[in-house]
Design a protein around this ligand. Structure first.
Ligand SMILES: [Fe+2]
Ligand SMILES: [Fe+2]
Length: 213
């Protein structure tokens, strides 16, 4: 089974993949066995972990059975809104930390720059989906909307790469022992942002956009 299919069947599995940095969005077509072989993951342990999470999860809403207009409204109301709010808040927090601790912790300047780039590009992506792509999909797809969809897939891959750079710069969001509580909170929030972005890509890549191919 591919990793995207596992998350489609059991959305709660996303948290297990997040922890191991297994990409179930832009690389969602890869079978779990190959992901484990390539990434050095112990497949037996991973399956155990997945089984435990799935067994303890409440019944998830299955996006595959959700009508398109409802699904788009849900993406807009929850994912886009949360992404915009989180990006704005994180940029503000990163700026404050650079001002007070930037000299002692140069990595904060890097984090701020990367967040700025992610925020500019992701907000533009969300604008385009909201203003152009989603209305066009609801009106009935055309060749032009299919081209626009291709651009969205490409941009999702670019955001995944940006997030990977951010994670690498922060040592896997692991604050060193000398970092204070505010920096720890920023790193935790960055980790949450990554999860939010990946869930957003997943629903669009594997549920919404394939309906119009
Ligand atoms: Fe979106
Ligand atoms: Fe998107």
């Amino acid at each position: 089974m591919t990793v995207a299919t596992i998350v489609l069947e059991h959305p709660c599995a996303a948290s297990v993949f997040d922890r191991r940095h297994i990409d179930y969005c832009c690389q969602g077509h890869v079978p779990l066995s190959r992901v484990c072989a390539d990434g050095g993951h112990d497949i037996a342990r991973l399956l155990e972990e997945l089984a435990a999470v799935i067994a303890s999860a409440d019944a998830d809403v299955d996006p595959r059975t959700t009508p398109t207009s409802v699904l788009i409204n849900r993406v807009l109301a929850y994912q886009h809104r949360h992404l915009r709010a989180n990006l704005a808040l994180l940029q503000l927090e990163a700026s404050n930390l650079v001002a007070t601790r930037g000299k002692r912790l140069p990595v904060l300047r890097q984090v701020k720059a990367m967040l700025g780039e992610l925020s500019d590009r992701l907000n533009a992506h969300l604008d385009e989906e909201e203003d152009v792509l989603f209305p066009a999909l609801l009106a009935g797809p055309s060749d032009e909307t299919r081209r626009a969809m291709g651009k969205m897939f490409d941009e999702h891959r670019e955001f995944s790469l940006l997030l990977r750079r951010l994670r690498e710069a922060t040592g896997d969001y692991a604050p060193g022992e000398d970092l204070d509580d505010n920096v720890r909170a920023l790193y935790r929030a960055l980790r949450d942002l990554e999860s939010l972005v990946l869930r957003h890509h997943h629903v669009e890549n594997h549920v919404l956009l394939p309906r119009f191919r």
